[in-house]
Design a protein. Structure first.
Length: 203
């Protein structure tokens, strides 16, 4: 029937427009995220590969990234929020970042340090301490374990423990640096900052 065909011609683009409007509304409200932060717009997503909606996110799809890339992207985002003093945003993304690391399988020392740092930046002293203890149980002089243990002690307000870890860090640094471990190169800035603080300089 000609009338039915004409109606169908108008219905199809109408449905498409409605779908587009619904999508844009979903983007605008951030899918229920607690707050919006327009200062940064890099894409991040939880370990499942679905788009993330939250502070600083336009809910982009980064499902094509590898699990390692997603974990690193989320780690960098949490660290950046911590450096900027945006603690609510850091806490929002911390669980996603931790889940992304869990999806990588059994963690190595580098992975444990990263997860511990996510805990430290988001204010989870128990997580930071647990990862530090696990690293130091295997190697009591590992620099990343000592750096993380210092941060965890600081979060707990345990000045005595923090001082003890600082002394261990300074004592262990020469022999540990000589090992030329990849994780020491990757987190050189963290180690250097902790050493300056341990030696009485600015953190």
């Amino acid at each position: 029937m000609p009338g039915a065909r004409r109606a169908l011609v108008w219905m199809v683009p109408g449905i498409a427009i409605l779908a587009l409007v619904a999508f844009l509304i979903g983007q605008r409200v951030g899918l229920g995220s607690p707050q919006r932060d327009a200062s940064t717009g890099d894409p991040s997503a939880p370990a499942g590969g679905a788009p993330v909606a939250g502070p600083g996110s336009g809910a982009p799809d980064i499902s094509q990234l590898t699990p390692e890339e997603r974990a690193r992207r989320l780690f960098d985002r949490v660290m950046r929020y911590g450096e900027q003093g945006k603690h609510d945003s850091a806490r929002f993304f911390a669980p996603m970042a931790i889940q992304a690391y869990e999806m990588l399988g059994p963690p190595d020392v580098h992975g444990r340090y990263d997860v511990g740092m996510i805990g430290a930046v988001s204010g989870d002293a128990a997580l930071a301490r647990a990862e530090a203890d696990t690293i130091l149980l295997k190697d009591r002089n590992h620099l990343l374990g000592l750096v993380l243990a210092m941060k965890a002690a600081g979060l707990r307000g345990d000045a005595s423990a923090r001082t003890a870890y600082q002394r261990r860090l300074v004592a262990a640094e020469p022999s540990e640096r000589a090992k030329n471990l990849a994780e020491y190169d990757d987190h050189k800035a963290d180690i250097d900052a902790a050493l300056r603080e341990a030696r009485g300089g600015k953190p």
